[in-house]
Design a protein around this ligand. Structure first.
Ligand code: NAG
Ligand code: NAG
Ligand code: NAG
Ligand code: NAG
Ligand code: NAG
Length: 756
């Protein structure tokens, strides 16, 4: 059995977000904002982990979903999803991580997000409760005095944020990192610690992890109000809270609105409850447990049914003994059909993920598939990835078509529609509209229902002057040829060979159908001579290099690779990659777009040029001011020697191959840059820059365009489109469509913007 490659969305790119102090050496430019229309380039299918999905119990069809690095979404009537936190800008890129969401059962207009990405040093910000009174159209921010870890281990437990169903001014939030239980009595505006709560959680997946990721204490796992206790207008007395602690009972019950707490007895306290779901008409709390906090672990656990009146706990696990090789994650009850419950294996890596359903409260179970005989599974479902045809099969075992998924923490049944269900995986959202068929013909439709969710971390983009408009290198899902920006790519449009993570790509300026790409593991280098349709990996010999940035000479002869692990390497005419002695590791690189012999590089404040196809680089006379960290080189598509360099100390331009540089006035720091189609045939290419502009008016960290080689700039992004971490993002501009720029983000897929 090959181990499955999980879609682990743990990108921590571009974490140095410190803006340089504005320099007042040159007059500050005036920045106007130009109206742009921003849309996602459709990849579809989500593309990453969906740790939580919730339905509102009072308003039919109202549902929300959270991702770990790509924000939160609201469900539309046509099964598509609308993103809600695209306003997250570079100061609050952590808003794209959310550890919990809550919908108000009393006032369905109210919606809350516990936002924040990491509890370690990668995330400079404390967590925030984002508060909406209009179902996510707009939010106000309530800062927390601790961090929230939306992309941390244990992010699939929950929900650990909940609104009191009888007194909706009251919210409870179960924190990480030993901070315990927190309460708001004013609709989330302010928060205080619940001093009576006995156990902040002692479990951490790996206390020795020096990065601070696996050593963080997961904390509280869920908060569930018992809506059958108490009455409207009064704080709900009965509350259940799960805690990630092992060795002593770890589910707590209050019967006095949180004044006192008692541990529930009768469960295996070596296991951690991921979910505690109330079945109101049964007077029961169902609990799915696992021996880890997930999402990537779990080798044993149980599903328990806790009878609230008697206090008895029953193990109702659908499998046991040697068949039980996973913990339990996703857990759903059908509130309209007492006793109908579904549970997911958190990670059943082989032969496929699994979901079970009972209609008698756990007395008997039926699965989503069962063995016929290896390698044949009886699949009690019809599969459809029509909305994201690239998802297809997952190939742990080539003999078995695997479709159900892994990291299955989110599982819900629509409280108003027993046929409608959804679950989240490490890669997408599945579900359907014929769930009751499970109980009759035992065969349901399983569809990828992640239309509108774009959760890819994008590492490289190119827009060649001919052929398809866009090709992408993405984390976890490989990369794509985007033949149609508005349609999810077919399986054939996904790169093959498929590496989990592609780090970069480039095309040859004179023959743009020749394209190279690199991946994050050794030997992942491939060349295409047909615009990305087919790829050959037998170029440049076997290489011990991986990741970084790649540059292809203008005629595709030589390939320069600034790798992440083995310095800068050159392959000449298909030969083996060899170290380039004259460039240090990590140098920013680019190929001239016209002259096959010329490459450019930048390091520190130095700009270097190679005239011999990348074999040797010589420092140019011009320098990049006070720069210490060049980011990106953008080369004029037609004119040799015309190069832009973004750095930590500004944006620099040369028209003489580095003999001299001009610093663009007012730009104090720049990240991704790109040149695109000019406004008119004879004008200079449109220059796009992700930059910090110290402007007389306008300005700040944003996305800018200049139509006159940097003399004046317009801002092209607005408050509704922050694009997250500016230092993580990649840009390319369309050489065929004036004004069009593509922004590849770290968790919200690819956007393209057009002048509106
Ligand atoms: C986070 O909250 C703590 C506790 O209130 C505070 O000391 C710290 O300054 C805050 N950090 C940030 C970045 O606001
Ligand atoms: C409780 O969990 C531990 C750890 O997984 C396991 O070894 C033990 O057998 C479990 N006990 C019962 C009664 O299931
Ligand atoms: C369930 O229905 C699908 C689609 O009709 C079919 O392919 C599949 O074989 C059925 N499953 C079983 C076990 O009959
Ligand atoms: C590179 O391609 C251009 C344009 O096709 C051609 O004119 C030139 O001769 C080629 N140069 C080399 C070194 O192959
Ligand atoms: C390409 O660049 C090299 C090195 O600078 C130069 O010698 C050669 O003349 C250039 N070729 C063309 C066609 O401009």
């Amino acid at each position: 059995m090959r181990s499955r490659v999980p879609v682990a969305t743990l990108f921590s790119l571009g974490l140095s977000l410190l803006a340089a102090a504005a320099s007042a050496a040159t007059p500050a430019p005036t920045i106007s904002t130009q109206s742009y229309t921003w849309k996602n380039v459709k990849i579809g299918g989500g593309g990453g982990f969906t740790p939580g999905i919730i339905f509102n119990p009072s308003q039919k069809g109202l549902a929300y979903l959270r991702t770990d690095i790509g924000g939160v979404y609201k469900l539309n009537a046509d099964d598509s999803w609308t993103p809600l936190v695209d306003f997250a800008d570079s100061d609050h890129w952590d808003y794209w991580g959310s550890d919990a969401i809550a919908t108000d059962p009393v006032d369905p207009q109210r919606f809350y997000v516990a936002a924040g990405m990491y509890t370690n040093s990668w995330d400079p910000n404390n967590g925030t409760i984002l508060i909406s009174t209009n179902q996510g159209k707009t939010f106000t921010e309530s800062p927390l005095p601790f961090k929230v870890g939306g992309n941390m281990p244990g992010r699939g437990v929950g929900e650990r944020l909940a609104v009191d169903p009888h007194s909706n001014n009251i919210l409870l939030f179960g924190a990480r990192s030993g901070h315990g239980l927190w309460k708001s009595t004013n609709f989330g505006a302010t928060w205080t610690k619940v001093a009576s709560f006995p156990d902040p959680g002692t479990y951490a997946p790996d206390p020795t992890d020096s990065s601070g990721i696996n050593s963080d204490k997961t904390g509280l796992t869920f908060v569930t109000f018992d809506s059958t206790s108490g009455s409207s207008g009064q704080a709900t007395p009965r509350i259940f809270v799960g805690v990630a602690s092992v060795g002593s009972p770890n589910i707590f019950r209050s019967d006095d609105a949180g004044a006192t707490w008692n541990a529930i007895q009768g469960m295996n306290s070596s296991w951690i409850a991921h979910k505690g779901v109330l079945s109101p008409k049964e007077g029961a709390l169902y609990l799915s447990t696992s021996d880890g906090v997930g999402p990537n672990d779990g080798s044993i656990g149980a599903l328990y049914k806790y009878d609230i009146a008697s206090g008895t706990v029953t193990d109702i696990s659908p499998v046991s003994g040697s068949d039980l090789i996973f913990g339990f994650g996703g857990l759903a009850v059908d509130v309209q059909r007492p006793g109908t419950v579904m549970v997911a294996a958190l990670n059943s890596w082989w032969p496929d993920g699994q979901v079970w359903r009972t209609t008698d409260g756990g007395g008997s179970w039926s699965p989503l598939w069962a063995w016929e005989a290896y390698p044949v599974l009886n699949k009690y479902y019809a599969y459809s990835d029509a909305l994201a045809p690239w998802i297809g099969n997952d190939y742990t075992d080539p003999a078995i078509v695997q479709q159900i998924g892994w990291w299955m923490e989110a599982l819900v049944i629509d409280p108003f529609d027993s046929d409608h269900w959804l679950y989240g995986t490490g890669e997408t959202v599945y579900g359907g509209h014929d769930l009751l068929n499970w109980d009759t013909v035992h065969n349901v439709t399983l569809k990828s229902l992640a239309d509108g969710i774009e959760e890819d971390a994008v590492l490289g983009l190119i827009s060649p002057p001919a052929g398809p408009s866009l090709l992408s290198a993405v984390g976890d899902n490989g990369g794509f040829v985007h033949f149609d920006l508005t349609k999810a790519p077919t399986a054939a449009a996904r790169f093959s060979p498929l590496w989990s993570t592609n780090s970069d790509l480039d095309f040859a300026g004179n023959i743009p159908s020749t394209i190279v790409r690199i991946g994050n593991s050794n030997g992942e280098f491939a060349l295409s001579t047909d615009a990305g349709n087919t790829w050959s990996q037998n170029i440049g010999g076997t290489s011990n290099a991986n990741s970084g940035k790649i540059a292809l000479s203008a005629n595709g002869t030589n390939i320069l690779w600034s790798s992440g692990n083995a310095g800068v390497l050159l392959s000449q005419s298909g030969g083996a990659f060899a170290r380039v002695a004259s460039l240090p590791a990590g140098a920013a690189i680019a190929a001239d777009r016209r002259n096959d012999s010329v490459f450019y590089a930048a390091t520190g404040s130095k700009f270097l040029v190679s005239s011999d196809g990348g074999k040797t680089f010589v420092a140019a006379a011009g320098a990049l001011g006070a720069s210490t960290a060049p980011v990106k080189l953008a080369v004029h598509p037609k004119t040799s020697g015309d190069v832009w360099v973004s750095t930590d100390k500004g944006l620099f331009h040369t028209t003489n191959a580095g003999a001299s540089f001009a610093a663009v006035p007012g730009i104090t720091q720049a990240w991704a840059i790109a040149l695109g189609a000019p406004e008119s045939t004879n004008s200079y290419p449109a220059v796009f820059a992700a930059a910090d502009v110290a402007a007389g008016s306008g300005g700040g960290v944003g996305y800018y365009r200049s139509d006159n080689a940097g003399e004046t700039w317009v801002r092209v992004n607005d408050a509704a489109h922050g694009f997250g971490s500016v230092s993580s993002n990649v840009l390319t501009a369309d050489p065929r469509v004036y004004g069009r720029v593509y922004i590849g983000t770290n968790g919200r897929g690819i956007f393209y913007g057009d002048k509106s």
